[in-house]
Design a protein around this ligand. Structure first.
Ligand code: DC
Length: 233
């Protein structure tokens, strides 16, 4: 795929990209934002940075009030340039720390706290309100930006998702990766606060048999179609 999109038309709207991990969501969202020449918002990175704050403070993950208090006292700055990811906690880069196994193991508990979600969703809405955006997460089309011009729910077969995740982690034990995926999916789908679900009005795209480039091209054409339909309406 070409990487220079400086001549490509700009997309003037919001794409909400939701779905579980291992569907290619992060890679697709970043490439789609480049392709559409919009901002890119990785909301998972924000929940991960909040988790780093909680872990650093040694807060009990079972205590939602303490978790929310710690997150409220933290400053999370997420970059929106799809060519250069950046995430800072209290002014310091935490790009590496948000991807550690310890952070991944704790992030479901932190993101299940309603007060944490309220705080981060408010911040996400401010960012999306500034300019056209491709935003990825679990609740973008359902809670954060239900009026998005295009809402997509990415899926993939469990085994495919586990293989992709194992590749990212460098973990060769596929069964272990499947178990950990299932645990996180179950937790994210069954929590009371904004459970992971397919948003109303979203298009479901199964990425199991598609390359990343095919998914990006498909979503780019759906995005332009969505705004031209809205213009005619
Ligand atoms: O997409 P990710 O793996 O970086 O997300 C990390 C965690 O954050 C994931 O377990 C679910 C949670 N999350 C969420 O609850 N809502 C979002 N909008 C994005 C992520």
């Amino acid at each position: 795929m070409p990487t220079d999109f400086s001549e490509a038309p700009e997309f003037r709207g919001v794409v909400a990209l939701d779905g579980p991990s291992g569907t290619g969501k992060s890679t697709v969202a970043k490439l789609l934002a480049r392709r559409l020449r919009t901002q890119y918002l990785d909301t998972g990175a924000m929940y991960r940075a909040a988790t780093v704050a909680v872990l650093r403070a040694g807060v009990d993950l079972e205590d939602p009030v303490a978790v929310a208090t710690e997150v409220a006292a933290s400053r999370i700055d997420v970059g929106t340039d799809p060519w250069r990811r950046s995430i800072q906690l209290d002014g310091r880069d935490v790009e590496r720390e948000i991807r550690t196994a310890a952070t991944t193991a704790a992030v479901s508990a932190v993101s299940a706290v309603q007060a944490v979600r309220t705080q981060l969703v408010a911040q996400q809405r401010l960012i999306i309100g500034r300019a056209p955006t491709v935003a990825e997460g679990r609740d973008i089309g359902s809670v954060v930006w239900p009026d998005a011009e295009l809402k997509v729910y990415l899926t993939a077969r469990e085994e495919v998702r586990a293989r992709r995740r194992a590749g990212e982690l460098g973990d060769e034990d596929l069964n272990r990766v499947i178990q950990s995926l299932r645990r996180r999916d179950d937790f994210d789908s069954s929590r009371a606060a904004s459970p992971l679900r397919r948003p109303d009005g979203s298009t479901e795209v199964d990425t199991s048999e598609l390359t990343i480039d095919e998914v990006v091209e498909l979503l780019a054409s759906l995005a332009f179609q969505a705004v031209s339909t809205a213009d005619r309406a």
